[in-house]
Design a protein around this ligand. Structure first.
Ligand SMILES: NC(=O)C1=CN([C@@H]2O[C@H](COP(=O)(O)OP(=O)(O)OC[C@H]3O[C@@H](n4cnc5c(N)ncnc54)[C@H](O)[C@@H]3O)[C@@H](O)[C@H]2O)C=CC1
Ligand SMILES: O=C(O)CCC(=O)C(=O)O
Length: 478
């Protein structure tokens, strides 16, 4: 499954190997360091990837703060443009969402009052197919965050070769403050409001932070009532009886495990000897931790919105999953020591899995971590300055747009199964998932080796070529 062509991985190995091995690779390591960039321009030469100017957002309707997800995305685009050849003339396309819908979502609360919530659906790019991407319920959701998340979906879907553009949605809400009935009203009203731009052939939502199969069921039902026919293909991540796919719930975490295992293999590491720290213990982080623990790794630290826990000898992940499911978070778990939140980043580990929110791996935290490998379960967890620190410290980053692509890949399977009304078994789904992710990662890794760039920029090269090629071939005029 992980079979790949003969590739020179010695540069990456040298960047992550102990000092003596790195010395043996001195020449290559020096050249790689030049290519792989660093945050400290005084000590090391500028890399091909390092952009001299901070990214500029030319859109009048958002005013991003420094380190905002949209600026992170723009910085990533600036790093790929020099590698796009003639397609770079279409580069501005990547820096603007095609369509952004802001909706007012009024609902009647259980006490009879009326509250209004801000909702969004952004379609960043539709050149390669319908929009595809999740829906987030979180109090910090903003237009520009959803723009960034939708743009990463464009890149992710193209990097994996799925026939989709990129989209994302969200509501600015603290869902834990709503009753189940209020949550249902919120979801149904939001679905009706964005109903003018979603549809099985237009844009297909799915779960993201704080949304799940039940929310997808309400979305599917609302959309279906509005169009007058059952439209299972309008959302993915649905419960199985409503046209959901086996394997979707665990697919994102499984993808982190599959791509992470391949990176571990290429680095010459043994999973059984690895210590792993995981931030975010929800759908993605919980599943990734479970699979790595089953493979023999020690999960030594977990952080979520309720706190940080550490266990030097390795946590009992199955027990922690049960605790989180009954208590809503890791806080209070009896099988570990409670720790200070910032201590999480300095915990002794080999692999770090950020699987919570954007912007968590700052330059300072990248300097602090002992990890050799970062597996991005979350979208946009690493700031560009932290990417530079990782490169200069020899920390390999498997970027979000391939690492967490397992979820949307099985969403694609769900959509295909819904259209054909023919459902596959779970072994079939997992085998197809592993193959697609393995092939996509191999292509990205080859590109990184050839161009001497990071895996993130390589993933962007593969994806942006596909997106802009489609843009060019379709042309601009009706
Ligand atoms: N659900 C999916 O299929 C996919 C999710 N992702 C990304 O993975 C990440 C996690 O998503 P899910 O696991 O689905 O969400 P979830 O809602 O199941 O879990 C989120 C986790 O993050 C933790 N968290 C929230 N705020 C935090 C904070 N300030 N500090 C530490 N932990 C915090 C929560 O406690 C929870 O454990 C997000 O970035 C999401 O966009 C990416 C691809 C697909
Ligand atoms: O399953 C999907 O369609 C999208 C999942 C998602 O939101 C993501 O990959 O970030």
């Amino acid at each position: 499954m992980y079979g790949v062509g003969a590739t020179d991985y010695s540069v990456l190995r040298a960047l992550t190997a102990p000092a003596d091995a790195a010395k043996a690779h001195k020449d290559k390591a020096v050249s790689a360091e030049q290519q792989h960039s660093t945050g400290d321009a005084m000590k090391t030469p500028k890399s091909k990837e390092q952009v001299t100017a901070p990214p500029v957002c030319t859109l009048s309707y958002i005013h991003p703060e420094p380190d905002s997800p949209w600026l992170t995305y723009l910085a990533q685009v600036d790093r790929v443009l020099p590698h796009l050849g003639h397609l770079a003339r279409w580069g501005e396309t990547l820096k603007r969402p095609k369509r952004a819908l802001i909706v007012d979502v009024p609902i009647e609360m259980d006490d009879g009052s009326v509250r209004h919530f801000e909702g969004y659906r952004v379609q960043h790019n539709l050149s390669r197919g319908p929009g595809k991407g999740g829906v987030r319920y979180h109090p910090n959701v903003t237009l520009e965050e959803v723009m960034a998340l939708s743009a990463w979906m464009t890149i992710k879907n193209a990097a994996v070769g799925l026939p989709y553009g990129g989209a994302k949605g969200g509501i600015r809400v603290t869902p834990s403050e709503l009753s189940r009935k209020e949550l249902e009203r919120l979801t149904r009203r939001y679905t009706s409001e964005i109903g003018i731009i979603i549809g099985p052939q237009q844009d297909i939502p799915a779960p993201d932070v704080n949304t799940n199969g039940q929310i997808m069921a309400w979305m599917m039902d609302t959309y279906s009532m509005n169009v007058g026919a059952t439209a299972t293909g309008v959302v993915t991540g649905k419960p199985i009886p409503l046209g959901g796919s086996l394997g979707r719930v665990k697919a994102t975490g499984r993808g982190v495990f599959v791509t992470g295992s391949e990176a571990i293999r290429r680095l010459g590491l043994d999973v059984k000897s690895l210590r792993i720290a995981v931030q975010g213990f929800g759908n993605v982080g919980g599943t990734a931790a479970e699979l790595f623990a089953q493979a023999g790794a020690k999960i030594v630290a977990v952080q979520d919105h309720t706190g940080t826990i550490i266990h030097e000898q390795g946590l009992d992940v199955a027990a922690l999953l049960r605790h989180v499911s009954s208590h809503g978070g890791v806080a209070g778990f009896s099988g570990a020591q409670k720790a200070d939140d910032e201590a999480f980043w300095g915990v002794r580990c080999d692999v770090l899995i950020p699987a919570a929110l954007e912007g968590q791996v700052t330059a300072e935290r990248a300097r602090k971590t002992t990890a050799k490998l970062i597996l991005e379960g979350a979208n946009g967890p690493t700031l560009p300055a932290a990417d530079d620190v990782c490169a200069s410290r020899g920390i390999l980053v498997v970027p979000d747009v391939i690492c967490n692509a397992g979820g949307v890949t099985v969403s694609y399977f769900e959509w295909v199964q819904d259209f054909s009304s023919f459902f596959w078994d779970e072994d079939d789904i997992n085998a197809r998932l592993d193959k697609i992710l393995g092939n996509a990662l191999a292509r990205i890794w080859d590109t990184a080796d050839q161009l001497k760039i990071s895996l993130r920029t390589a993933a962007f090269v593969v994806a942006c070529e596909r997106v802009l090629q489609a843009r060019e071939e379709r042309g601009l005029y009706p």
